[in-house]
Design a protein around this ligand. Structure first.
Ligand code: THU
Length: 161
């Protein structure tokens, strides 16, 4: 029997003010984009903003439904939009923020499991890491160099070969 360890490093910044300029702009934009969420059921508004290799910025927000499981997270709305509008454009960085209308929004949240799987698919497809910048409306910010790090021992298209 062998034991293996999975670990990864990420950066923690005390606030958006300490981020490098490009990341700060993206996170500030994600904060603004939370207002475009359609989240009348959870009151939890999420904004996701991507910087593409050509310098363009694309945004997405969560879109809920009276039939709860039909709702889509901001990250998957964003990735589908990018894939549809700029089909082969590389994604460099995605900033994610949220506004919890029922509580606090002062610490980072991480993408849910389905979004982690979706992010991994896009990373594999573009053969290039996607950085994640995650923070609330204020407070600490996490920067993860590679979204796939959030999903160790993942299932990918290679397993279907
Ligand atoms: N949500 C996102 O959009 N992204 C996340 O990373 C976590 C959760 C949405 C889904 C749902 O509309 C609401 O937040 C509450 O779960």
């Amino acid at each position: 029997m062998k034991k293996k360890t999975v670990q990864f490093e990420y950066e923690v910044y005390p606030s958006v003010k300490r981020l490098e300029n490009g990341d700060a702009v993206l996170l500030e934009r994600a904060r603004v984009v939370t207002a475009t969420a359609y989240a009348p059921y959870s009151n939890f508004q999420v904004g996701a903003v991507a910087l593409l290799a050509n310098g363009e910025i694309v945004q997405g927000s969560n879109q809920e439904n009276a039939s709860y499981p039909v709702g889509l997270c901001a990250e998957r709305v964003l990735l589908s939009a990018i894939s549809s509008i700029h089909s082969n454009m590389q994604i460099k960085t995605i900033a994610i923020s949220y506004h919890n209308l029922n509580g606090k929004s002062n610490r980072p949240i991480s993408p849910c499991g389905i979004c982690r799987q979706t992010l991994l698919e896009y990373e594999m497809r573009q053969k290039h890491p996607i950085r994640l910048v995650m923070g609330g409306m204020d407070g600490k910010v996490f920067v993860i160099p590679n979204a796939g790090m959030l999903l160790p021992l993942s299932f990918t298209g290679d397993d279907l070969k």
